[in-house]
Design a protein around this ligand. Structure first.
Ligand code: ADP
Length: 161
């Protein structure tokens, strides 16, 4: 069984993330969406909230998809999940440097697990969770970047709901 892990912070999950999940789920027998606790990123939503959001938003995506919290080294998590691949979304040039470095180091840690990059739909490429939060903080509309339910969650969180 081909298993891939798609790791991320998902703070919050965007239409870009959902597109990568949809594309990834087609490629493997099981896709594990790994939601990192990553306190160093000071997420807006708790890991429990982010996991609940990911589960709710991907409910209509076909495929064998599991959402799992993780708090360890990515390669150890992937190994424990029985994964042979790490899935990452790649956005234009901005992500390249970081992703290149991370994939290279992960390869040194465990050469049996491949990092695979997918491109989201061109219209969804510029979306980033960080900017979604920034736009919302300044009262802008985020409806083009996240689902209506996530937009509501973000506004509620900012006391604007
Ligand atoms: P991280 O904290 O690891 O950057 P994110 O939640 O921001 O996690 O993103 C998880 C993965 O999804 C990363 O590989 C990121 O490049 C990818 N991603 C995020 N937004 C998009 C997008 N709009 N299009 C394609 N990939 C994306």
């Amino acid at each position: 069984m081909k298993i891939a892990v798609y790791p991320g912070t998902f703070d919050p999950i965007t239409l870009g993330h959902l597109d990568i999940i949809r594309r990834g789920a087609h490629l493997v027998d099981k896709l594990v969406v790994g939601v990192t606790t990553n306190p160093s990123k000071e997420p807006m939503f708790s890991v429990a909230e982010r996991m609940a959001m990911v589960r709710r938003e991907m409910a209509d995506i076909d495929g064998n998809i599991e959402v799992v919290e993780f708090d360890s080294l990515l390669m150890n998590f992937a190994e424990a999940q029985g994964a042979s691949a790490i899935l990452r979304g790649l956005r234009a040039v901005a992500d390249f440097e970081y992703e290149f470095q991370m994939a290279g180091m992960n390869q040194q840690l465990n050469d049996a697990i491949e990092t695979v990059f997918l491109m989201a739909d061109v219209s969804l490429q510029p979306i980033a969770s960080k900017l979604v939060k920034e736009i919302a903080r300044y009262g802008g509309s985020i409806e083009k970047f996240v689902t209506p339910t996530v937009a509501e969650d973000v506004r509620r969180h900012l006391g604007r709901g």
